[in-house]
Ligand binder design. Structure first.
Ligand SMILES: Nc1ncnc2c1ncn2[C@@H]1O[C@H](COP(=O)(O)OP(=O)(O)OP(=O)(O)O)[C@@H](O)[C@H]1O
Length: 366
């Protein structure tokens, strides 16, 4: 890595390993965050997301690996810069404010007297759209406003980056979407480097410029959301970031033969492979017109979501597939249909025909 590359890295964690007793929680994890980017750490419960976040913050000491923040080494074989000297703002799950302190006192809590006198509290509150709120008590604010105060408190010391641990998990569904949109707008406007932990794929995709998918103490893939969705590095990642139809196929260059006919591949391959078709790439034609190609199937279930519908079909060979179409469904349970594929399947692995069960092609996201 050249010096220039280093300057372009806000957070650079390399080879981070950490065990709690016999429990190896992080296994040589690399995480690189570009200045101004928001990176989501996405993974199932217990995969090590919070431990990685706490390691970057300095609240956890890894057994191996290095961490640099803005090019400065903060974790290394003989280095452990304490959390308060890393210039990292941390916001915890509950965004907890001190209830007996005013909004201003909450935001100024960790600041030097100099900074407080220099107007940093009001400046931070203005940044989150709460200028003039300093004298209010937290209990008089809405849930969304309280979260913005917590964000202002994290921003007040002018950190180089902020870390958020499951920032929306304590909110009910309606408030969650609203606060998420507000925080998204704020982070975009502030352009501050952010890493946040979530187990919610939608949250990771909406907020993350990059999403790092974690499993069992490793990062399986780090990429922008659209790339993760279209080009998952493995069948596991494919399933974790959305609904996935996985089909065994025989690839011959840019086309693969599957049980629903030939499918155009996103990138060339040859021989036995496993391909991913997202539900929106599975086409369901009403009726039994052989000319349509594809395979014969029966509609098992139709789910109407308003903006789109999901149709679960069972091919005559027993394979179950999930198809998504815009708007209301055009078929009903029990209908005989033909099923084909839109172009653009992704190879996610090699054919594991020996272990593949014909009914296991459908996987719902976690
Ligand atoms: N201080 C600790 N002492 C012992 N074990 C710990 C400690 N902190 C975390 N662990 C264990 O490490 C594993 C990973 O925990 P971590 O909180 O990093 O996972 P996570 O992916 O954030 O999970 P969740 O989404 O459930 O919070 C878990 O098995 C957890 O029990």
């Amino acid at each position: 890595m050249t010096l220039d590359d280093e300057r372009q890295t806000a957070i650079d964690a390399r080879g981070i390993s950490k065990a709690f007793g016999a429990n190896a929680v992080l296994d040589q994890v690399d995480l690189v965050v570009t200045p101004g980017d928001t990176v989501a750490l996405l993974g199932p419960s217990g995969c090590g997301k919070t431990t990685l976040l706490r390691t970057i913050a300095g609240l956890e000491r890894p057994d191996a690996g290095t961490v640099s923040i803005d090019g400065q080494l903060v974790v290394g074989p003989r280095t452990h810069v304490p959390p308060e000297r890393r210039r990292i703002g941390m916001v915890f799950q509950d965004w907890a404010l001190f209830p007996h302190l005013s909004v201003g006192a909450n935001v100024g809590y960790g600041l030097s007297r100099e900074d407080r006198r220099g107007g940093r509290v009001e400046e931070s509150l203005r940044l989150v759209g709460l200028g003039g709120f300093a004298d209010r008590m937290p209990s008089t604010l809405s849930g969304g406003q309280q979260q913005r105060v917590a964000l202002a408190r994290a921003l007040a010391p002018r950190p180089k980056a902020i870390l958020l641990d499951e920032p929306f998990s304590n909110l009910d569904t309606a408030l969650r979407v609203q606060v998420r949109t507000e925080v998204h707008a704020l982070l975009t406007q502030l352009g501050i480097t952010t890493v946040f932990v979530t187990h919610d794929q939608e949250e990771a995709f909406v907020l993350g410029d990059q999403v790092a998918v974690m499993s069992g103490g490793r990062i399986e893939q780090q990429a922008p959301p659209a790339e993760l969705y279209d080009h998952p590095a493995s069948a596991w990642v494919a399933r974790f970031v959305g609904d996935a139809n996985l089909l065994v196929a025989d690839a011959d260059g840019s086309v693969a033969a599957t049980r629903i006919g030939p499918v155009a591949l996103r990138s060339a391959a040859s021989g036995p492979v496993e391909v991913l078709l997202r539900p929106e790439q599975v086409l369901v034609h009403a009726g039994q017109v052989e000319d349509l190609g594809g395979a014969a199937a029966t509609v098992e279930l139709v789910e109407f979501y308003g903006h789109d519908s999901v149709t679960i079909v069972r091919l005559d060979d027993g394979t179950e597939l999930r198809a998504r179409t815009a708007g209301a469904p055009h078929v009903r349970r029990g209908d005989r249909v033909r099923v084909g594929a839109a172009p653009g399947a992704t190879v996610v692995g090699f054919d594991q025909r020996t272990t593949d069960s014909p009914t296991s092609a459908v996987s719902s996201s976690a």
